[in-house]
Design a protein around this ligand. Structure first.
Ligand code: ADP
Ligand code: GLC
Length: 482
């Protein structure tokens, strides 16, 4: 019989997405089905989500202390979903975390504490007749599941996955009382974190298993340089902490069957890529230059992604005859910086500020190389899309980027195994050198074609990692039984 696992997260593609977390949460159930796991997903009932579910029904849950909660069960896009109903928390326009001004909702602690509390109750009581044997919680928004479990009557074992340690859910200790959690969590073994309380901290202390989304990032997280204060705890729990690489959804990202492309293509027939490129030139108002390498960026605009470093490298990139197309949104100074670069280098640099899923596909299908100069990168998905679409990644040697890209050094080029260009993170000169190197490689058509074919031949799907997750859930369940 399939092992039942409840996945608890704040985002899930294609229903609600701000970044890679959504893609991973949306892809795991399909990938895990093949590994003998039945995964269902619990999300907050953001506006309009319930209406998108078929076969809807409402389930009640008992939260204890005379309180009750409701979740809406239904199906969408092949997923079975449970939406935590709480209009006072989730019926708001805008993004799951921020209001219209781009600032965090002031009650995020209450919102996601409630979400996790309902998830813990659901895991304990079951959802209708569906009783999960384990919970897979993602990031700080779901990290309180094991804390509520201990607070309110037990429940199945929890795997907590860190997608991004930069977001920890840190609040003043007085928040515990506001949330209805006891003071016992205000200790170093619980949620206490340098005089505050941390949602992620509590989850990392109490979940049975911990993971992050690449082996290299798992190692990095156990060092002070990357751990953001949680490295000590992760070292302490190293035996139950692992790195499992993200995959991508090979159906949603398939260059030979992608409705967002102007022309479909494959590793065997890459020529139609030029049509996508022309579509990009039109969309980004770039002067046609069929032989110049076209770099792309598809990214949240934050310091994590190192885009401030890229701004500094733009004159050099353009000076060497290359083109740049940027799609992203985020920090205002970065948005302004790129908008200004597009004005300064009109016809050579094009920028679209915003979020556009279809355009992101077209860019992977028409660009020559995707730039990902991240300061840290737990896994990164855009380099995987780039590999699959033959848009070669030029990326910082960190986290999942280091695990998924084979650097075009002399030996790798000679052996025909190179798939991209890696550079030292957080280093403007190294980034510029990597861009220069990429332009030189692109100028050798034979070499470039070999690299592109090699990139497109990589296996970037979920098969292997799904088996690793399945093994982990089984271990948790067996440990509990033993
Ligand atoms: P992160 O989760 O840190 O943002 P990932 O590389 O894991 O980084 O995932 C980012 C996801 O969001 C990818 O699917 C990427 O294509 C998508 N994305 C990021 N910015 C945009 C944008 N402006 N428009 C469309 N898709 C975007
Ligand atoms: C986070 C990370 C990114 C990762 C994604 C999905 O947002 O920043 O590197 O790919 O989660 O795990």
């Amino acid at each position: 019989m399939a092992l039942k696992v409840l996945s608890v997260a704040s985002e899930c593609t294609p229903l609600i997405k701000t970044g890679g977390l959504a893609d991973v949460v949306g892809a795991l159930p399909g990938a895990l089905a093949k590994a003998g796991v039945e995964m269902r997903v619990m999300l907050p009932a953001y506006p309009g989500l319930a209406e998108r579910l078929s076969g809807r029904r409402r389930l009640g849950l008992d939260l204890g202390k005379g309180e009750s909660a409701a979740v809406i069960q239904g199906k969408a896009e092949g997923l079975t979903l449970y939406l935590v109903e709480a209009p006072q928390y989730f019926e708001r326009e805008g993004n799951p975390y921020t209001g219209p001004e781009g600032r965090d909702w002031p009650d995020n602690a209450e919102r996601f504490a409630y979400f996790a509390r309902v998830a813990a109750a659901a895991a304990r009581q079951g959802l209708g007749r569906w009783h999960p044997a384990a919970v897979h919680a993602h990031d700080w928004q779901a990290a309180l599941v094991p804390v509520w479990r201990e607070e309110e009557g037990g429940g199945p074992p929890v795997l907590l996955t860190i997608h991004n340690i930069a977001f920890q859910g840190l609040y003043a200790p007085a928040m515990l009382e506001r949330l209805g959690l006891s003071q016992r969590w205000n200790t170093i073994e619980g949620m206490e974190f340098h005089g505050r309380i941390g949602f992620l901290k509590g989850g990392l202390a109490l979940a049975e298993r911990l993971s992050t989304v690449s082996p290299t990032y798992a190692r990095e997280l156990m060092t002070p340089a990357f751990g953001m204060g949680l490295d000590g705890l992760l070292r302490h729990r190293a035996e139950v902490f692992s790195g499992i690489l993200n995959g991508i959804d090979l159906d949603a990202w398939n260059p030979s069957d992608d409705p967002a492309l102007a022309a479909r293509f494959s590793a065997a027939k890459p020529t139609p890529r030029t049509k996508n490129r022309r579509a990009l030139e039109a969309r980004f108002r770039l002067d046609p230059a069929p032989h110049a390498p076209l770099f792309i960026v598809v990214s949240r605009m934050t310091r994590q992604k190192g885009l401030d470093l890229l701004l500094g490298a733009v004159p050099e990139l353009v000076g060497q005859g290359a083109r740049l197309a940027v799609l992203g949104s985020g920090e205002p100074d970065l948005e302004q910086g790129f908008a200004e670069a597009a004005r300064t280098h009109a016809g050579r640099v094009g920028v679209v500020i915003g979020y556009d899923e279809a355009l992101s596909h077209l860019m992977q299908g028409g660009g020559d190389a995707i730039l990902i100069p991240s300061r840290f990168e737990p896994c990164g998905l855009t380099q995987l899309y780039g590999l699959r679409y033959g848009c070669l990644p030029v990326a910082a040697r960190t986290g999942g980027l280091a695990d998924t890209i084979v650097e075009a050094n002399v030996a790798a080029l000679r052996a025909g195994v190179a798939t991209g260009v890696l550079h030292a993170p957080d280093d403007a000169d190294a980034l510029t050198d990597a861009i220069t190197k990429t332009i030189a490689l692109h100028a050798e058509p034979g070499r470039w074609k070999t690299m592109r074919a090699q990139a497109m031949a990589q296996s970037v799907g979920w098969e292997r990692s799904a088996a690793e997750y399945a093994a982990l859930y089984r271990e948790m369940v067996t440990d509990r039984a033993g």
